[in-house]
Write a protein that binds this ligand. Structure first.
Ligand code: S3P
Length: 438
């Protein structure tokens, strides 16, 4: 797939490929990196993280914790190591607005910590983040005692006047790991036991990271509980490779029978690994070796081989478990035998872009038939796509998903705004190029 980028790297041309083969070292998991950076900031002592995510989103989190008085640095090594010097539970009042960039995770989860601080902070974001809903964290944090104001309709920027918090038993309406982590982080500063009872089990990196830093977090059924006032201690950890980033290469392998890829050191947390079940169900041959545990997170090496590519239906709890991977699964769905149906995915409309509309628009430009629904889509299988000029809509996962779809299209595809990929995966195009052959 040798590709040509515009000089500023903002547009990328992707040519069709014949097969996919090789080894890719996937950067550290974004969800875990955010949580490690935030908890390290309020821990006692210096934490060290190898393979910390290179994502622009995680740089936003580091920038914010820096403005809150926490020193951190990147070590000059090959392992992407960072050191974060914790300041304990009391952060420094920021002298300027905390810019969360494109990162909803930064804004939502950091708000939980800021709600418990004896000062006022302001958080802003880029154009995409400024459109995203924040009422989902404003509601529980206000119930806990923080004073929060926002732009109209619960959109950023946010102003948070923190202070002493009281514990709550919270039942979020939407299944969101960001909301769960936000409330549990606030629970560290609350008087009593805070409980988050989620409608559907979401990723549990918040709970696992809190335990790694020495806090007690209990899980019973769908409820996670934390008692306030616990002190965190610095840790050393190796961040597992991001399974949501690995998804692009797994889907690329699925497109070409006979392809073979190896992805070492990938996150295998069961709340994220539903992706592998779906891919296997769709026909990808997957094996996982060298399973290990790092700071409570499962890690393994994935070997995948392309074979037949069948269809699937993603609905209910599966939709929540696969929310970040649906764009790429949908982008390659026209090439499958049976197509893909996605239901219960209203949340996709309030991600970095409206991902249902973005997927449908790009697939149509490639000549595909797509049925767009308010909370999902249906994409028939057995279709032939052609290259086209596509838009990333400023969304990293849309840029990467369509680079993968372009590998099986006839002719070349231009992805406008492909530099959005850096939000989660700066070396994506380089890595994709390294495993594709024309
Ligand atoms: C994330 C949770 C999900 C996911 C996002 C990262 C996290 O968002 O889409 O990319 O790290 O907790 P929601 O909490 O909005 O579902």
């Amino acid at each position: 797939m040798p590709d040509d980028s515009t000089p500023d790297g903002s547009n990328v041309i992707v040519r069709s490929a014949r097969s996919v083969r090789g080894v890719v070292r996937i950067p550290g998991d974004k969800s875990i990196s955010h949580r490690y950076a935030m908890l390290a900031a309020i821990a006692e002592g210096t934490s060290r993280f190898q393979n910390f995510s290179a994502a622009r989103d995680c740089a936003s989190t580091l920038d914010c914790v820096g403005k809150l008085g926490c020193e951190w640095k990147r070590l000059e090594d090959e392992d992407g190591t960072i050191e974060v010097r914790g300041v304990g539970p009391r952060l420094k009042a920021p002298a300027e607005v905390l810019d969360c960039g494109n990162s909803g995770s930064t804004m939502r989860m950091l708000s939980g910590i800021l709600a418990g601080q004896p000062f006022t902070s302001e958080l802003c974001g880029d154009e995409s983040l400024s459109r995203r809903p924040m009422a989902r964290i404003m509601k529980p944090l206000s119930e806990m005692g923080a004073k929060i104001s926002s732009s109209e309709g619960g959109r950023p920027p946010l102003k948070i006047q923190g202070g002493p918090l009281k514990a709550i038993h919270y039942k979020p309406e939407v299944a969101s790991a960001q909301v769960k982590s936000c409330v549990l982080f606030a629970g560290l500063f609350a008087d009593g036991e805070t409980v988050v009872e989620e409608p559907i089990r979401t990723r549990d990196h918040g709970e696992i990271a809190l335990r790694a830093f020495g806090a007690e977090v209990e899980r019973t059924g769908n409820a996670s509980r934390i008692v306030g006032g616990q002190r965190l201690r610095a840790i050393e950890a190796h961040v597992p490779g991001d399974l949501s980033s690995a998804a692009f290469f797994l889907c690329a392998a699925a497109l070409f029978p006979g392809s073979q890829i190896t992805l070492p050191g990938i996150l295998m947390n069961p709340t994220r690994a539903r992706l592998l079940d779906i891919l296997v169900q769709m026909g990808l041959k997957v094996s996982v070796a060298h399973l290990e545990e790092h700071q409570g997170e499962l890690v393994g090496t994935i070997e995948a081989r392309g074979a037949a590519w069948k269809g699937a239906v993603i609905a209910g709890a599966d939709t929540a478990a696969l929310i970040d991977e649906i764009p790429v699964l949908a982008a390659v769905a026209p090439y499958s035998e049976g197509g893909l149906e996605v239901r219960d995915a209203k949340e996709l409309r309030v991600k970095e872009s409206d991902r249902i509309a973005a997927v449908a628009a790009n697939l149509r430009k490639m000549g595909a038939e797509v049925e767009e629904r308010p909370d999902g889509m249906r994409i028939p299988g057995g279709q032939h796509l052609h290259g086209a000029e596509l838009d990333s809509f400023g969304d990293h996962r849309i840029a990467m998903a369509f680079a993968v779809a372009a590998l099986r299209a006839e002719g070349e595809t231009t992805i406008l705004g492909a530099d959005a990929a850096g939000v989660s995966y700066p070396s994506f195009f380089e890595n994709l190029r390294s495993i594709t052959s024309e």
